[in-house]
Design a protein around this ligand. Structure first.
Ligand code: ATP
Length: 200
């Protein structure tokens, strides 16, 4: 099986995340993608991050109805903030015969050499990057070529879907409309739980 691993804070999960996962499924023929919300280190601000159970629940809602998207609590259940290599090693143990793919946005690929044990990540998984901004793809391809000595990196050929969780949180704070960036059931969840200090 071709199994994708996609980590993030998902605070909240938005259409850009789902677009990234679906793009990799379509362009690289993945059979499934595990979405893995990250633990947030305790010193990060509570105003910015909603409780992990809410991030997990929103992710489950956004993946509902897409049988190739699976939500994993692996990092949330770990006793400390997890490095990506530990998560990759977890899935390597879980699925020893699978080809693993680590999914990231273009911004993350650009700083990939600063990731803890990035060489080991590339020994265990194919890294897949999806552009986040217009005109970014050329730089991503150059970066992928430069990292090629360590392993395989694929760069999706799709237009970017420009959206970020930060932008959504700012819109909520300013009481601006944010519903076009998220699954409508996630919007309802945010409203009903009054997350991100939403004003009703
Ligand atoms: P924040 O604004 O809070 O930093 P974010 O929108 O960047 O959040 P994360 O959950 O931190 O989202 O990102 C998880 C992964 O998804 C990262 O690899 C990131 O590059 C990627 N990603 C996020 N948004 C997009 C997008 N619009 N297009 C492609 N990749 C994305």
């Amino acid at each position: 099986m071709k199994t994708g691993i996609f980590g993030g804070s998902f605070n909240p999960v938005h259409n850009g995340h789902i677009y990234l996962a679906n793009t990799c499924i379509e362009q690289f023929g993945l059979d499934r993608v595990y979405l893995v919300p990250s633990k947030i280190s305790p010193h990060r601000s509570d105003d910015e991050y909603v409780p992990e159970q809410d991030r997990l629940e929103m992710l489950k809602i956004a993946c509902r109805g897409n049988s190739k998207l699976v939500v994993s609590s692996y990092e949330l259940n770990a006793f400390r903030v997890s490095y990506s290599i530990y998560t990759v090693e977890h899935f390597r143990r879980k699925f020893p015969d699978d080809t693993l793919y680590l999914l990231t946005g273009g911004d993350m690929l650009m700083s990939f050499e600063s990731w803890y044990r990035f060489e080991d990540i590339l020994k265990n998984a194919v890294v897949c990057a999806v552009p986040r901004n217009e005109g970014e793809r050329k730089n991503l391809v150059t970066k992928a070529e430069r990292l090629g000595e360590y392993g395989k990196i694929l760069v999706a050929d799709v237009p970017p879907l420009v959206v970020s969780s930060t932008e959504i949180r700012k819109k909520i704070e300013k009481n601006e409309n944010f519903s076009c960036y998220l699954d409508e059931n996630v919007v309802q969840y945010i409203k009903s739980r009054e997350l991100y200090r939403i004003k009703s």
